[in-house]
Design a protein around this ligand. Structure first.
Ligand code: 2HA
Ligand code: ZN
Length: 270
């Protein structure tokens, strides 16, 4: 067996978590990440015929049967993962129609998967049905987006249009816009189901007064989505209280969509 700490998926995940912490999006134990891995990616690094322990998931997801996920642990700090990946991350195989997660590696202090495991797994199911190359679900608490949910309408079209108008790049990076859940109790199957439902039409979901979820084909893709939306929110907060004398118009947004070959969400441009 090769040393799993030298595997690309561990190195990249750890770098992403550190980077997110450094952006101020993951205070204390906040945020969580799950990365779908194939058998061939992990078979050199851990014994797939053995497992350490089994944890009931509390939900069913037959479509995730026999899939492998690297997941952050509950109560673990993003900032600490770089110093001890084996304690802060867990590699799981999903079995029994999604009802059981088998720990193959990690969570060495006896820890459990993230409290938002339902939201992650249910969201993987939905995104995989739309794009078989989806690998990552990422959650964090980005400061400016979170602040915006206190002062901006939570209407998805209006919120999206505001973000599109704040940076030229926004509509190119998230043409599907941003979906929004009202404040809900986190860590439950209910918020998991609601989040997965929202992932049917966008790759970015805001949890009002809490944070954001992103889905992507790899860590850079999902991180980049959040980074772009967060930048737009930062600009909004800098200018929201000032008279606006210039703007990115709907005509400009249409030009961007044509030039960069993206399809803006139906009905979002007037
Ligand atoms: O894991 O961010 O939503 C801590 C959280 C819960
Ligand atoms: Zn959170």
């Amino acid at each position: 067996m090769k040393d799993i700490l030298t595997a690309n998926f561990i190195i990249e995940t750890t770098r992403t978590l550190t980077n997110m912490y450094n952006h101020g999006w993951d205070e204390r134990n906040s945020g969580n990440l799950s990365l779908l891995l194939t058998e061939s990616e992990i078979s050199d690094y851990c014994d797939l015929n053995n497992f350490i322990r089994e944890i009931p998931t509390g939900f069913e997801a037959p479509e995730l049967n026999n899939k492998y996920f690297l997941v952050t642990g509950t109560g673990k700090y993003f900032k600490n993962t770089q110093y001890n990946p084996a304690e802060n991350l867990g590699l799981f195989k999903i079995v029994n129609d999604g009802k059981i997660a088998r720990l193959l590696w990690g969570l060495t202090d006896g820890g459990n998967f993230t409290s938002e495991f339902p939201a992650h797994m249910m969201s993987h199911s939905v995104r995989l049905a739309i794009n078989p190359n989806n690998r990552v679900i990422l959650h964090c608490h980005p400061t400016n987006l979170l602040a915006m949910t206190y002062i901006h309408s939570l209407n998805e079209r209006e919120f999206t249009r505001t973000l599109w108008q704040m940076c030229t790049e926004s509509i190119i990076i998230f043409p599907d816009g941003i979906n929004i859940l009202p404040w809900m109790l986190c860590g439950t199957n209910e918020i998991g189901q609601a989040t997965a439902e929202k992932f049917k039409t966008s790759r970015l979901i805001i949890w009002a007064q809490h944070g954001i979820y992103a889905a992507g084909q790899n860590l850079d893709d999902s991180f980049g989505l959040i980074e772009t939306a967060e930048k737009a929110a930062e600009i909004y907060l800098k200018i929201a209280h000032l008279p606006r004398v210039n703007n990115i118009t709907d005509e400009n947004l249409r030009e961007l969509a044509v030039k960069f070959n993206v399809k803006p969400r139906d009905g979002y441009l007037s």
